[in-house]
Design a protein around this ligand. Structure first.
Ligand code: G1P
Length: 295
């Protein structure tokens, strides 16, 4: 691995059933739902590539082949667009395939996020000492937090996660960190991590936000955990196990925005937010929304 690259592979768990988006997800994987015109997973792939990843390891379940197909070239469509001089569309169609090389790994049983990440272990080369994990439900904005996290790994070693400050009862929907300060107010040392605690038992207001740089040691920890919250093998529990064994874990507190594409309410907000910033659709949407809200 080149010294300047903290990780070469980025794991994107995308094996879920997407039940909150039924009936659409009967046939369309949740990860392909468009944010304006681009599937959420392409946004996440672009973020991974921007941070230096060369390979996207998409963990899918049987029947979700369309997720990887999105990253394959489409020669016939590309030829047609070329003939018609539709250069801007051609660029859009080619973008996913050009961003990053994609490999899929199948998770045959829905045993949880920890299990999904563990499925990617065999796809890593022997010299990859760390891996990024990006949960495609989470959009962390603006992008760039992975690069900050990589710098923290370079300084402290071990694993580095992204945290959001969530001061309220919603904290119980997340993995929550027990932290202490470092010299940098946006970097905390992690002493423990618990998955979806009751709000009054949360060790802090810092929640895991779907971006991880994990030392390769996590794969060994994932083999040793037992089912946790929701009866599933939790990535949080593998991180907690590493911490208990002295492995350094830090978080970068992201002070920017985020969207949760994992449920229709969050998805609608993301869609509107991106559409408002779109040069073609933004101005008209803004004025329509204004009058719609008055009415
Ligand atoms: C997962 C993780 C959790 C994390 C969250 C971020 O939970 O298990 O630790 O805080 O993603 O979105 P899920 O939302 O899949 O239940």
């Amino acid at each position: 691995m080149s010294e300047s690259l903290p990780f070469r592979s980025a794991v994107v768990p995308a094996a879920g059933l997407g039940t909150r988006f039924l009936p659409t997800t009967k046939t369309v994987p949740k990860e392909l739902l468009p944010v304006v015109d681009t599937p959420g997973i392409e946004l996440v792939a672009a973020e991974a590539a921007e941070a230096g990843a060369r390979q996207l390891l998409i963990v899918t379940s049987p029947g979700k082949d369309a997720v990887a197909a999105h990253f394959a070239p489409m020669p016939e469509l590309e030829e047609t667009l070329k003939e018609r001089g539709k250069d801007a569309l051609l660029e859009k169609v080619r973008r996913a395939a050009e961003l990053i090389s994609v490999r899929t790994v199948t998770q045959h049983e829905p045993k949880g996020l920890g299990h999904a990440v563990a499925c990617a272990a065999d796809a890593l080369a022997d010299d990859e000492q760390a891996v990024a994990v990006l949960l495609p439900d989470d959009l962390v904005l603006p992008t760039g937090v992975l690069s900050r996290m990589a710098a923290v790994r370079a300084e402290f070693g071990g694993s580095v996660l992204c945290a959001f400050d969530i001061p309220g009862p919603e904290i119980s929907a997340y993995g929550v960190f027990d932290v202490s300060d470092t010299a940098d107010p946006d970097v905390k040392r992690v002493h423990g991590m618990v998955e979806k605690p009751p709000a009054d038992e949360a060790p802090s207001t810092y929640a895991a936000a779907g971006r991880y740089i994990l030392d390769r040691a996590v794969f060994d920890a994932l083999e040793r955990i037992t089912p946790g919250a929701g009866g599933e093998l939790q990535l949080t529990d593998a991180v907690a196990l590493l911490i208990s064994e002295g492995h350094p874990v830090h978080v970068v507190v992201h002070r920017g925005g985020r969207h949760d594409l994992g449920n229709p309410g969050g998805y609608v907000r993301a869609f509107v937010d991106f559409a408002l910033q779109h040069p073609d659709y933004g101005p008209e949407l803004r004025s329509w929304l204004g009058s719609r809200l008055e009415g």
